[in-house]
Design a protein around this ligand. Structure first.
Ligand code: C5P
Length: 219
């Protein structure tokens, strides 16, 4: 049996995982799984249905029935039940809602196979919170990419301002800290350094320096 190689890149939001993972997948010619976008798509499904997020059964129903399709071209395009939801994926409301529904063990169990299915030849770069610990525990290469909450908030703030979106740095820092706490303290698949992962702190590194370090690991 051939083992299809997997590189997992886990870490808190805003550490640069998405940019780094996409660049590495492109460089290696491997597939790319942005697992956060699966939880974000579920969040959009729940928001569009105007669900009570405390109603676990209703959230599970959306997770079970949603049809997702990913198009990983130059940028990631996601369709939810045929509707292009790409422009909605990056909003703070969707990110925060994703972190609420992602805390339900039943939801995570329902979405597990969808993520495993991405492991295809010639290889996979998987980006998320529990890629190296739960979804691909046998991955050959594991990275935990982090940065201080202040640095991550300031990067996010700059991104928003560049896009012409009004933003408040204190508010973003607070939301990042709250999201970290929720992701780290949940009972199922909490954000943690997976066994065997190499930790990279990107606070004072450029994106290119991080990419180089990860590529070295794979080679
Ligand atoms: O990575 P991203 O910011 O898109 O993820 C949004 C939310 O989805 C995270 O805050 C986290 O709660 C959840 N998530 C998760 N497990 C993953 C990826 C994302 O619980 N593997």
């Amino acid at each position: 049996m051939t083992t299809i190689p997997v590189l997992t890149i886990d870490g808190p939001s805003g550490a640069g995982k998405g940019t780094v993972s996409r660049a590495i997948a492109r460089q290696l010619g491997w597939h790319y799984l942005d697992s956060g976008s699966i939880y974000r798509s579920l969040a959009i499904g729940c928001l569009q249905a105007d669900l009570d997020l405390n109603n676990i059964e209703a959230v599970c129903q959306v997770a079970e029935t949603m049809q997702l399709s990913f198009d990983c071209g130059e940028t990631l395009q996601v369709k939810l039940n045929g509707q292009d939801i790409t422009p909605l994926l990056g909003t703070e409301q969707v990110g925060n809602t994703a972190s609420i529904v992602a805390a339900y063990p039943a939801v995570r169990a329902l979405l597990l196979q969808k993520q495993k299915d991405f492991q295809q030849l010639p290889g996979l770069v998987a980006d998320g919170r529990d890629m190296g610990s739960v979804v691909f525990p046998d991955a050959q290469f594991k990275v935990y990419l982090t940065a201080s909450a202040e640095e991550r908030a300031s990067r996010r703030y700059k991104q928003l301002i560049e896009k012409g979106i009004d933003a408040n740095l204190d508010q973003i820092t607070l939301e990042i800290q709250e999201r970290d706490q929720r992701d780290q303290q949940r009972a199922t698949a909490p954000l943690m350094i997976p066994e065997g992962a190499q930790v990279i702190d990107s606070s004072s590194l450029s994106i290119q320096q991080v990419i180089d370090q990860v590529i070295n690991l794979v080679h």
